[in-house]
Design a protein around this ligand. Structure first.
Ligand code: TEU
Length: 539
């Protein structure tokens, strides 16, 4: 795929998320690191990914495993050095793989020098870089809550005010309304753009700006309850209109460089879903390049549900906007665990992969998804995630979807010579890269074939999307670009199904779970076996 007419890497490419602690440990301390990622770049190139998104690697006291940054310009020693990072960027680029860094600018660590200054006195020049407020008769100023439990206001005895934190109390929110603070944050981003980073995944975008009148949220039951946080409608502490101003300014920073991208974590499941997520694309060219719609990830399994999510997402796009697609990340149980626990799980995984990689939009993969990794089992003693520690057993935290990458059936799944920071999932003897690499029937081979097909067929990478047929168990759609037309047929059910194809078209199989490439299909009806996925091209 070339980049003509602005159809650039982040539109036609596939982006692979790495949780660096868990990808590959090169120095044998039980924690994944940057040299480990460098060692595995050939694997990623072989798989065919176009970009890698690294969960945070900056200096951090790790209260939230890197989502609490104490130095934006540093690399945390557990991951390596700045020189390792430069080498990673260079080695990735040499393989035509872009590097996307996680940027956590809604908040910093409480140990960031900015916050240390800010909390030192009420008249410190950086006081207003964070959100400080007087109490109300000894109580917090309003009812805002922290997403990770408890109230969002922390009392600071030394200066006699509360500070605000959307997540942990060790993650004070920056005041992005403050001009000097905003400019300082932009400079931290420029530091990485100057070093050759191709883009950012912006953490917690919808939290960036809070109500300037500090109004309390009304109550309302969100879909994620029983988290107490979800008992409020987050209209005053999230999705404030001024957030768009911040994004427009950020966009200008990126537009000062060539071909950079920012994808925002627009976690708005209970706040308007696809529509709200898409609103952060602005006109499509003046805010985020990409946003996440988590509706698909949170959807019930089934063709009708998935079809609805896709259509709502595409309908919500601004004219110049471009969708992204995601089924997994480091915050949610893996799709294998959500949807594929039965005996037909392996087949379901293939149909899901086919949807993710043939529908319209930039696909994001999460490490291990390509081999069918499931959530690992974590005992109470092994919990590391602060969310799990706080809410156990109601919420066991996010460690199970962050267990080490399963490279082989060897010790520690080939992830590390030492005992890994989180236990390897029990499935590793069967589910691992080594076992699947040379097996043309493996899930890994299927992902690799789909990635290769996207590169060959412009219609899949950039074409229009038109739903074809509404048999409840089958998702079928056409993708068209110029003269090229592709017909994707996905039977999400364990039953035989039969669907009609448009007009008198004659098709041939480009890629299928049950049919070899080149197999001709005359128009009319197509009979599908259970869990059949097939991508057809016009003869
Ligand atoms: O997540 C913010 C966010 O939306 C989630 O915490 C969400 O509330 C949760 O997944 C619901 O199940 C981002 C990062 O992705 C997460 O890893 C960080 O812990 C968090 O921000 C704080 O930086």
């Amino acid at each position: 795929m070339n980049d003509k007419d602005g159809f650039t890497w982040w539109k036609h490419g596939v982006i692979y998320q790495i949780y660096p602690r868990s990808f590959y440990d090169a120095n044998g301390d039980g924690v994944g690191d940057l040299p480990g990622i460098i060692e595995k770049l050939d694997y990623l190139a072989w798989l065919g990914v176009d970009a890698v998104w690294l969960s945070p690697i900056n200096t951090s006291p790790m209260y939230d495993f890197g989502y609490d940054i104490s130095d934006y310009r540093g690399i945390d020693p557990v991951f390596g050095t700045l020189a390792d990072c430069d080498r990673l960027i260079g080695e990735a680029h040499r393989r035509n793989i872009r590097i996307v860094m996680d940027m956590v600018i809604n908040h910093t660590s409480h140990l960031h020098p900015w916050f240390v200054e800010s909390r030192s006195s009420r008249d410190n020049p950086k006081r207003d870089w964070y959100i400080w407020h007087d109490g109300k008769n000894g109580h917090p100023p309003n009812n805002w809550m922290a997403a990770f439990g408890g109230r969002a206001w922390e009392w600071d005895g030394a200066t006699g005010q509360f500070y605000f934190h959307s997540f942990l109390k060790e993650q004070p929110d920056l005041n992005l309304r403050n001009r000097a603070c905003r400019e300082a944050v932009f400079d931290e981003l420029r530091f990485w753009l100057d070093r050759g980073v191709d883009g950012f995944r912006l953490d917690a975008v919808t939290w960036y700006v809070k109500d300037d009148l500090f109004r309390s949220n009304p109550f309302g039951w969100g879909p994620n309850a029983p988290r107490p946080y979800d008992l409020q409608k987050h209209i005053y502490d999230q999705n404030r209109p001024e957030t768009h101003d911040v994004l427009r300014e950020l966009r200008k920073v990126l537009d000062g460089y060539e071909d950079r991208m920012m994808v925002g974590e627009t976690y708005v499941v209970s706040q308007g879903g696809a529509k709200t997520a898409a609103s952060y694309l602005g006109s499509g060219t003046d805010e985020l390049h990409l946003a996440f719609d988590f509706s698909l990830l949170f959807s019930k399994y089934g063709a009708r549900h998935f079809a609805g999510c896709l259509s709502r997402w595409y309908d919500a796009m601004p004219a110049a906007g471009w969708p992204s697609l995601v089924l997994n990340n480091h915050d949610q149980p893996r799709s294998m665990t959500r949807w594929c626990m039965g005996k037909d799980g392996g087949q379901r995984a293939r149909v899901l992969a086919a949807m993710l990689l043939t529908a319209r939009g930039t696909p994001f993969l999460y490490y291990g998804e390509e081999i069918g990794m499931k959530n690992g089992a974590i005992t109470r003693k092994q919990v590391r995630d602060p969310v799990g520690i706080k809410y156990w057993p109601l919420n066991k935290g996010r460690d199970p979807e962050r267990t080490p990458m399963q490279w082989s059936a060897g010790a520690n799944a080939g992830f590390s010579a030492a005992e890994p920071w989180l236990p390897v999932a029990g499935t590793f003897r069967d589910v691992n890269v080594a076992a699947q690499t040379d097996d043309p029937g493996s899930l890994l081979a299927w992902y690799r074939d789909l990635l290769a097909l996207r590169k060959k067929q412009a219609a899949l990478a950039r074409g229009s999307y038109r739903p074809a047929y509404s048999e409840p168990d089958v998702l079928a759609f056409y993708r068209e670009d110029g003269g090229e037309k592709v017909f994707v047929v996905l039977n999400f059910s364990g039953k035989q199904r039969s669907i009609g194809s448009e007009g008198t078209s004659r098709w041939q199989v480009l890629l299928g779970t049950h049919r070899a490439a080149g197999w001709p299909i005359d128009g009319g009806r197509i009979d599908l076996v259970p869990y059949e996925a097939v991508v057809l091209g016009r003869i």
